[in-house]
Design a protein around this ligand. Structure first.
Ligand SMILES: Nc1ncnc2c1ncn2[C@@H]1O[C@H](COP(=O)(O)OP(=O)(O)OP(=O)(O)O)[C@@H](O)[C@H]1O
Ligand SMILES: Nc1nc2c(c(=O)[nH]1)N=C(CO)CN2
Length: 161
């Protein structure tokens, strides 16, 4: 069984609704088991700063899918949720990135693992460290990153009105 961490983010429209729908679609996939979700974090935009705050979270899953198949699932969820992204690092309804896949290191045109920018992104590292405090990363700056909501279980997140 492969172990992977995904980063999810949204800063357009119904941000929590987008995250919830993305997690629901991942959970529905027959080859994916969601093991843990982080809290939801409200985070200042990074890269292109003239945009609304993001809600970010990290999901830990186990899967039989290859990393490339998992990327396809992530991209099909982005399409299903009508992902819009006009500006690089600009506003988006939903973004799903693969952070880690086992201990694999991989560099292709389509997929780079670990995610090439994850180590410089506190909005990724803070929720990742919440799920797995043993990750061997430099402690990120927590400025501009606030817990927005924590859930007791995946179902309580998915079932909330
Ligand atoms: N680990 C990865 N997870 C998701 N996409 C990846 C990864 N590595 C490479 N990619 C590629 O990056 C391309 C662009 O992804 P995307 O549009 O989400 O970028 P972005 O969110 O604007 O910027 P960033 O990559 O900095 O998060 C995707 O089409 C995908 O093929
Ligand atoms: N806070 C925050 N900033 C971002 C984010 C994001 O998810 N959260 N995603 C980006 C493009 O991948 C660019 N900037």
């Amino acid at each position: 069984m492969n172990k992977s961490y995904l980063s999810l983010g949204s800063n357009m429209g119904d941000r929590i609704g987008m995250l919830r729908e993305a997690v629901r679609l991942l959970k529905e996939h027959q080859a994916i088991d969601i093991m843990k979700i982080s809290s939801l974090y409200e985070t200042d935009p990074v890269g292109f700063t003239e945009q609304d705050a993001f809600l970010n979270m990290v999901v830990y899953l186990q899967t039989d899918l290859s990393a490339f198949e998992l990327l396809e699932v992530c991209q099909s969820i982005e399409r299903k949720l009508d992902r819009k992204r006009e500006i690089r690092w600009g506003p988006r309804t939903i973004d799903l990135d693969i952070l880690l896949y086992n201990q694999d290191e991989l560099e292709t045109d389509k997929l780079v693992i670990p995610h090439p920018r994850m180590h410089e992104r506190a909005f990724v590292l803070v929720p990742l460290l919440e799920l797995d405090p043993d990750q061997d990363f430099i402690e990120p700056q927590r400025e501009g990153i606030e817990i927005w909501k924590t859930y007791n279980s995946i179902d309580s997140f998915l079932l909330e009105e």
